[in-house]
Design a binder for this molecule. Structure first.
Ligand SMILES: [Fe+2]
Ligand SMILES: [Fe+2]
Length: 370
């Protein structure tokens, strides 16, 4: 029974690597396999207190269980590991979905190196008992470069750029790009902020990709409104940090492939308050990130959450973030819904003009993306 479960896990690893070498990471097939693989890895590494996978010329051994069935999927996996020079992989209990996905993509890319990546829960390498006694392991390397945070942002960026270039607004494109890059540079100087995002990425890397998309869309809105550069920078930073409170949502809920039940949704609804509390303790140079984290789900007609008692309307930056937030959520593939086309996204969103979304800001947003 245990062998069978481990066999399924290794087969899923092989299938996920194959899919990762053929499809981009937001493809439904890859997502489906990665979610299933992560569930199996979490369960088995929890039960066995970590997973120890060895690759031999004609079989795989997990923990003390040899998997020797002749099987083309396993044969391809063994071949792939040989190409990578990997004879052994050790996975600790508690590996995140994001780290597992990065590792699968590393294994699937047919080359490259992970020496510049940080592995919190994975060690891998060749076993050379004669020379080193304990084997030669790589992994557990320094933190990932910040460019990892930019991965996956290209689709939304493309929406904005295509539209702006078509409208002949090259100077705005360049200004937006410079502002986003200066926000990212500023983050590096403020260690606790980049640390927050890194922790969020380890927890759930979709949220960080999403946050960067929202930041880009908010910078585009603010720049389209003609706000001064310093303000654009502030709202961009606030947008980038709007979901930091999601760090406290259990990964099982964040990465759940189905719709959430009431209890799980109640957990998710805590992230604006938790985000504001986290940001209150960090010096961002402005209160705006804390305000936007708290307000970005309140909605124009106040039908969202949390239920604010204050008579003042939410901040303009919160409304801009909320528009970008919904747009990016609809445009992205998630385990429970496929990515919507641009036209469909906009027709869904138009139904919320004046109720969910602040109408004038929404109209300006449409000028950017439609
Ligand atoms: Fe949110
Ligand atoms: Fe969000």
């Amino acid at each position: 029974m245990i062998r069978e479960t481990l066999f399924q896990l290794v087969s899923d690893l092989a299938l996920a690597i194959q899919a990762a070498s053929a499809y981009p990471e937001n493809h439904p097939r890859v997502q489906e396999l990665l979610v299933r693989l992560h569930q199996r890895v979490r369960t088995e590494s929890g039960r066995l207190k970590g997973l120890n996978i060895g690759f031999f010329s004609d079989h795989v051994v997990v923990d003390e269980y040899p998997l020797v069935e002749p099987n083309p999927t396993l044969a391809r996996l063994i071949e792939r590991m040989k190409e990578k020079g990997i004879e052994k992989i050790i996975v600790s209990d508690g590996i995140t979905f994001g780290e597992l996905k990065r590792f699968v993509y590393f294994l699937g890319d047919g080359g490259g190196s992970t020496t510049d990546q940080r592995w919190e829960s994975i060690a891998y390498g060749s076993v050379d008992g004669a020379r080193s006694g304990g084997g030669v392991f790589r992994g557990l390397a320094p933190p990932p470069p910040s460019s990892n945070i930019l991965d996956g942002a290209s689709e939304v960026l493309k929406d904005v750029l295509v539209s702006m270039v078509r409208e002949g607004k090259r100077s705005q494109v360049e200004e937006g790009r410079d502002i986003v890059s200066s926000i990212m540079k500023g983050l590096h100087q403020e260690g606790s902020l980049i640390d927050r995002l890194m922790r969020l990425q380890c927890h759930d890397d979709y949220t960080v990709t999403h946050s960067l998309n929202v930041c880009i869309l908010v910078v585009a809105q603010a720049s389209h409104l003609g706000l001064p550069e310093q303000h654009i920078r502030e709202v961009g930073l606030a947008a980038l940090l709007h979901d930091v409170g999601k760090e406290m949502i259990p990964p099982g809920i964040l990465q759940k492939p189905d719709r959430l039940d009431m209890e799980e949704f109640t957990e998710v609804k805590k992230h604006p308050v938790n985000g504001a509390k986290l940001l209150r303790r960090i010096d961002c140079g402005t209160d705006l990130p804390m305000i936007v984290a708290f307000e970005h789900h309140i909605k124009y007609d106040r039908s969202g959450y949390p239920k604010a008692r204050a008579p003042e309307p939410p901040h303009t930056a919160s409304f801009m973030t909320q528009i970008a937030d919904v747009y990016d959520a609809l445009r992205s593939h998630r385990p429970y819904h496929p990515a919507a086309e641009l036209h469909r996204t906009l027709s869904i969103m138009k139904q919320g003009r004046g109720t969910e979304f602040e109408p004038r800001l929404f109209d300006r947003f449409l000028e950017i993306v439609s």
